[in-house]
Structures are given as structure tokens and as C-alpha cells.
Design a protein around this ligand. Structure first.
Ligand code: GLY
Length: 350
């Protein structure tokens, strides 16, 4: 990971033009229909660079989109020296990252993430890939981008739900970091976040936390599992609501999952009540209300049992906190305790 260059800037056009000036050879941009319209015009220096536009949305994170991308790379006569620039959210950075790692056995990649979620999560850490056979990120490999350019310039066009999704991951990073970092996050109003004078600094700090776990465990075998905090319950709620035709953004489900897993942390790992209640208040005040009832518990437990992160069949494993910054990975929790935690989660947030 050490060769990855991270740039935080208010001026992505200048940052990109400086990187392009240091290179010889061709560059190609991969955007989606949203970022081609909203973000590409910001990058005046890229006016002459060919752009490949993918269909936007998680449903297009597929082998078909990847084949389409490879075909364009062939058509543009891309080589191993061609710089692939991924301009978009996690779907674009994951697909372009996989293409860059595999086309002609590898070409350099620059991630220019345009959503808060992609800035603090997908664009760093090297996870690339696509969905297959109905399973998320079923095919993929670890291939970190050579450069990542992160700018608040793109955040002003984001829908509020996208901002909430990114803030949930930042909240998770703060919980894995220090009381000061958590305090700062809990005082960050989602409305107007992108125009806060310290927004770029907060994003930089959050990325540093993620980077720390990635450097400890680049291939996600142990310590990096800490980044799953909130995701076991969050994923189950996300999948349940998708089955019921009430889809919710991944990051919103993660915010709910964080509260649920902090309840479990209080019950089973000794987390103090103050941290749990402060995070629950933030989620209750700023996020939509989670629509689950106790009728949904059996299906939620089934979905958690099938989570691919579990070490063995039939067991449900969590990352829990005993304090801010003190994590415990692979904690197996019984269905009874999870049910009790879901009751408390609903009391605290609904
Ligand atoms: N999104 C968690 C990770 O990159 O490991």
C-alpha cells in the first residue's frame, strides 16, 4: 500500500493536471452517466482525454459492464502504460479497478471518487470487483490504485441520502479511532457537511483510520475485519428491505447496524452506555427511521447466519467494541442475544 499516493484538495482539476504533467502516455477516464454529466465538466484539464461512460447504479456492477469497459479499452488501443482514471462512486471505482488490474495484466489506476462514501471507503484499500450470480462483490481482487485524489468539490451535487451514507462510514471510523474523533463526528450536522471549512480535514482523518487497518491487514484476513463494525446487522437489514421492495442505501443500513452492534458491544463487550446512547441519538436525529418490527427478526437472523463473513456455518460473528478504538473481531453471539439487541436498537432509534 505504501506506493499509493493520496491527494486531498479543493481543486481536483489542478491536482489531476499536476499528476498528468508528470506522466508520458495516454490516459482514459471511466465515468458513469451521472459523473460524466456532473463531474467531468469540473476537470477542464481532462477535456482531451477519451471517456468511457458506464450505466450508473449498483445493478450495473456486472460482468457485462466490465466486458463493455474492456472493449472500449481495446478500441482506444490502451496499453500497460495507459492511466485509467476512475471518476465516480464505488461502482465505478470497483469496476475500473478490476479492469485496470486485469487488462493486459495491469495498468496504472487513479481513483477520483465523487461520493463521500467512495472517498472514505471504496477508493482506498484496493478492493475491486463486481457482483455475480446475485451475490455482491462475488468476483474481485485486491489491487490498490496508484493515486487517489479526494476533493469536496464533487460533494455539493450529492443527494442527502448519499451524504448520510458516507457519514455513516465516517462515524464507524471514528468509533474505531479516538473519543475526540467520535466527538467531532457527532457534532457534524449532515446538512451542509460538504461546505464545512473542515470537511476536507475530517475526510482526510477518516481515510487515515481506514488506511491504518488496510496497512495492518491488506488482504482482509484479521484486523481489517474491524471495518465490518455495523455491517453484520446493517447488511441483514439492507437485504431484508430489498426483499420487501423497500430498498435503502447501504450506508443508511450501516448507520442502523452501528447502533445495533453498539448495543451488542454494551451487552457482551463492556462498552460504556454513554457512547452507545450518543451514537444512537445521532442516528435517530439525522437518519430515516428503520422500519423493522419483531416479525422480521427470524428472517434477519437467517440473513445474518448466511453472511459470508461468518467463520463457520450456523454461527453469527461480529466486530464489537469494548471502548472507542478497542475492537474485538470474530465475536460469536447467540440468536437470543441478537434478538434482545434488536429490541433495544428499536427502542433507541424508532
Ligand atoms: N469496506 C471495508 C474494507 O475495505 O475492508
Amino acid at each position: 500500500m505504501s506506493s499509493q499516493q493520496l491527494t486531498f484538495t479543493d481543486n481536483p482539476n489542478q491536482a489531476l493536471s499536476e499528476i498528468l504533467a508528470t506522466r508520458h502516455g495516454q490516459a482514459i477516464i471511466v465515468a458513469d452517466t451521472n459523473t460524466a454529466r456532473e463531474c467531468l465538466p469540473v476537470l477542464a484539464c481532462a477535456g482531451h482525454i477519451p471517456a468511457i461512460t458506464l450505466a450508473a447504479g449498483e445493478e450495473h456492477k456486472t460482468a457485462e459492464s466490465l466486458i463493455n469497459l474492456y472493449q472500449h479499452l481495446v478500441d482506444w488501443r490502451a496499453t500497460r502504460q495507459t492511466l485509467l482514471i476512475a471518476l465516480g462512486g464505488g461502482v465505478v471505482t470497483d469496476l475500473a479497478g478490476f479492469a485496470a488490474a486485469t487488462f493486459k495484466r495491469g495498468m496504472p489506476l487513479l481513483n477520483l471518487p465523487t461520493t463521500l462514501l467512495a472517498q472514505v471507503d471504496a477508493s482506498v484499500g484496493g478492493k475491486t470487483g463486481f457482483n455475480f450470480a446475485g451475490l455482491k462483490n462475488e468476483i474481485g481482487l485486491f489491487a490498490p490504485a496508484h493515486h487517489v485524489v479526494i476533493s469536496t468539490r464533487f460533494l455539493s451535487t450529492l443527494p442527502h441520502s448519499e451524504l448520510l451514507a458516507g457519514l455513516a462510514e465516517m462515524l464507524k471510523h471514528a468509533l474505531l479511532d479516538t473519543p475526540d474523533a467520535l466527538h467531532r463526528m457527532l457534532n457534524a450536522e449532515p446538512c451542509g457537511f460538504a461546505s464545512r471549512p473542515d470537511a476536507l480535514e475530517m475526510i482526510r482523518h477518516s481515510v487515515t483510520v481506514k488506511q491504518r487497518f488496510v496497512n495492518l491487514d491488506p488482504n482482509d484476513q484479521a484486523d481489517r475485519h474491524a471495518l465490518n463494525l455495523g455491517h453484520t446487522i446493517g447488511h441483514a437489514i439492507e437485504s431484508l428491505l430489498l426483499e420487501r421492495n423497500q430498498p435503502v442505501a447501504h450506508g443508511i443500513a450501516v448507520a442502523w447496524g452501528l447502533v445495533g452492534e453498539l448495543v451488542l458491544s454494551r451487552m457482551s463487550a463492556g462498552l460504556n452506555g454513554e457512547t452507545l446512547y450518543a451514537v444512537a441519538r445521532y442516528v435517530r436525529d439525522h437518519y430515516p427511521t428503520c422500519p423493522i418490527t419483531c416479525d422480521h427478526y427470524p428472517r434477519l437472523l437467517q440473513l445474518m447466519t448466511h453472511d459470508k463473513k461468518n467463520p463457520s456455518a450456523g454461527e453469527i460473528s461480529f466486530t464489537l467494541l469494548s471502548d472507542i478504538g478497542h475492537y474485538h473481531i470474530g465475536r460469536i453471539i447467540s440468536a437470543e442475544d441478537i434478538t434482545a439487541a434488536l429490541d433495544i436498537f428499536r427502542d433507541l432509534t424508532q
